[in-house]
Design a protein. Structure first.
Lengths: 221, 283
């Protein structure tokens, strides 16, 4: 959304605008999400995610006993105690200084140990390259002062990106005000993506695993 | 099944076979220390080496980028059980090779030498680690709750023990006890995690469990038949339930049946586990 009070994008993009973050994180406000999939589409476009794979998914869940739908965007949680990093035998997965968990494509040999290690199903196999693939908070964008593509595309500001360890950061303040909490706290991974408005029944319905399209019996034309 | 495919099940079964063969060699060294004569342990050590080599091949075949398999060997992630396991397996293979080289190719009428004792003493704990570390690999997969059972390492160790008793031609009672132990542990595991993932909606899973049970029972039937057809001998001879059974070499058919049972059980655990997601949630 265009904000006339903000400087134009070309004046705020570039290595000189790279922010020093203590802990990159995101707040997902389920109460604001309308399930438009702009985030998923923006992510796929930005990263050329292959057919059938998703770095960012929006689940459609029906509230128990109601006809109302709830939309739950799920992506890599960039956990502070990431089980995927521990599971990878080639150290292809690692955390940057600000906590963004990224995959080193040059080191991934397709062991696939990271995929079942993730309790959120954030990692999938890119069958074209034979390497693991997941959300990396749009490293190429966030390194030059931009927000991740999904945050940029979201029309309702259901997704907000910021420094979760900076008390002056607007996103961190928003998370504190709205009492944002971890999804699946029982996983014990200390995710950097916090959710506003999520309930435990959502965790039971949408938790893990990207099923491949052939497992779901979906044929992409 | 994905992401851990059939090659991983083959690798796990071969790791059990290698561990059992290594343990059998160590048991024979220990037994010969008391009896004053050394059977040849080259056959079980050779089996362990071949199983490890084939297991490494299975792992490479499972990789989506097999050309980069060397990264698993050259980089070390101390938190990753796959990384630790590659070192354990490599060390196990080296010690087994060293023991193979120092031991006599034929049975002798002497106690084992000190190098044989020393290498066997090193090989024994490594055999245990090789048998159980796949269970820790599975336990590290936080998104698959069916694999987070403390029974899995014990079950995998029991599989190696089962293999070892057959290879070493342990007294029949020991071999029967090892079979019963593996069966009991798997039953306990099913009770702990629930039979449902193994039965409903996954026909291959149920068939694998039946195949494993059959594979376990077949060696027992062979054992009983061998025992029934053995002619009467002196008490010092093989065949009595209290002494190690005689016979050179490895009872290949029995060991193959046990290995097939190991493969079927591990494949069932992988298949059922990968179809079960999520109960990290307190209900």
């Amino acid at each position: 959304m265009i904000d006339a009070n903000q400087p134009p994008p070309w004046e705020t993009v570039g290595p000189e605008h790279a922010q020093t973050r203590r802990r990159a994180g995101m707040v997902v406000d389920i109460d604001r999400c309308v399930g438009c999939h702009s985030c998923s589409v923006a992510c796929k476009t930005e990263h050329q995610v292959p057919l059938g794979n998703f770095r960012q998914r929006t689940h459609y869940l029906q509230r128990p006993g109601q006809t109302q739908l709830t939309f739950v965007p799920m992506l890599c949680m960039h956990c502070q105690d990431a089980p995927c990093i521990a599971a990878c035998p080639t150290s292809a997965l690692g955390a940057l200084d600000d906590g963004r968990v990224v995959i080193n494509d040059q080191r991934c040999n397709g062991t696939k140990a990271c995929i079942p290690a993730c309790p959120y199903g954030a990692i999938a196999l890119d069958r074209q390259t034979g390497r693991a693939d997941k959300c990396d908070f749009c490293v190429q964008r966030t390194d030059v002062g931009l927000d991740p593509a999904c945050v940029e595309a979201c029309p309702t500001q259901a997704l907000r990106f910021g420094d979760m360890d900076d008390p002056d950061d607007p996103v961190a303040r928003y998370a504190a005000q709205r009492e944002a909490a971890a999804y699946l706290p029982s996983a014990g991974t200390r995710p950097s993506v916090l959710y506003v408005g999520h309930d435990r029944w959502m965790e039971k319905r949408a938790h893990s695993v990207q099923r491949t399209h052939d497992e779901d019996g979906i044929i992409y034309e | 099944m994905s992401p851990f495919g059939w090659w991983i099940a083959v690798y796990f079964a071969l790791a059990t076979l290698a561990a059992g063969a290594g343990a059998a060699a160590c048991a024979l060294v220990a037994q010969s220390a008391s009896q004053g004569r050394s059977p040849s342990i080259r056959a079980p050590l050779l089996l362990a080496g071949v199983a490890i080599a084939l297991g490494a091949g299975a792992l490479i075949l499972d990789l989506e980028q097999p050309g980069r398999f060397w990264l698993t060997l050259t980089s070390y992630n101390p938190d990753s059980w796959l990384s630790r396991g590659s070192r354990i397996i490599a060390l196990f293979g080296l010690i087994a090779l060293a023991l193979f080289l120092v031991t006599d190719p034929e049975p002798t009428d002497r106690r084992p030498s000190w190098p044989e004792y020393g290498l066997a003493a090193l090989l024994a704990p490594l055999a245990v680690l090789v048998a159980i570390y796949p269970a820790f690999v599975l336990d590290q997969e936080a998104g698959r709750p069916l694999w987070h059972s403390a029974l899995l390492p014990v079950l995998f160790a029991a599989g190696a023990l089962h293999v070892a008793t057959a290879i070493a031609r342990a007294p029949a009672l020991l071999e029967v006890a090892a079979t019963a132990l593996e069966f009991a542990l798997f039953a306990a595991y099913l009770l702990a995690v629930g039979v449902t993932p193994f039965v409903t909606g996954a026909v291959p899973c149920a068939l694998l469990v039946v195949a494993a049970l059959g594979a376990w029972l077949l060696p027992l039937a062979m054992l009983r038949r061998d025992h029934a057809h053995r002619p009467a001998r002196s008490s010092k001879s093989s065949g009595s339930s209290g002494s190690w059974r005689s016979g050179r070499g490895i009872p290949w058919l029995r060991v193959a049946c046990i290995a097939i049972g190991c493969l079927a059980i591990r494949a069932a655990i992988l298949l059922a586990g990968q179809r079960t997601y999520g109960p990290l949630i307190d209900s």
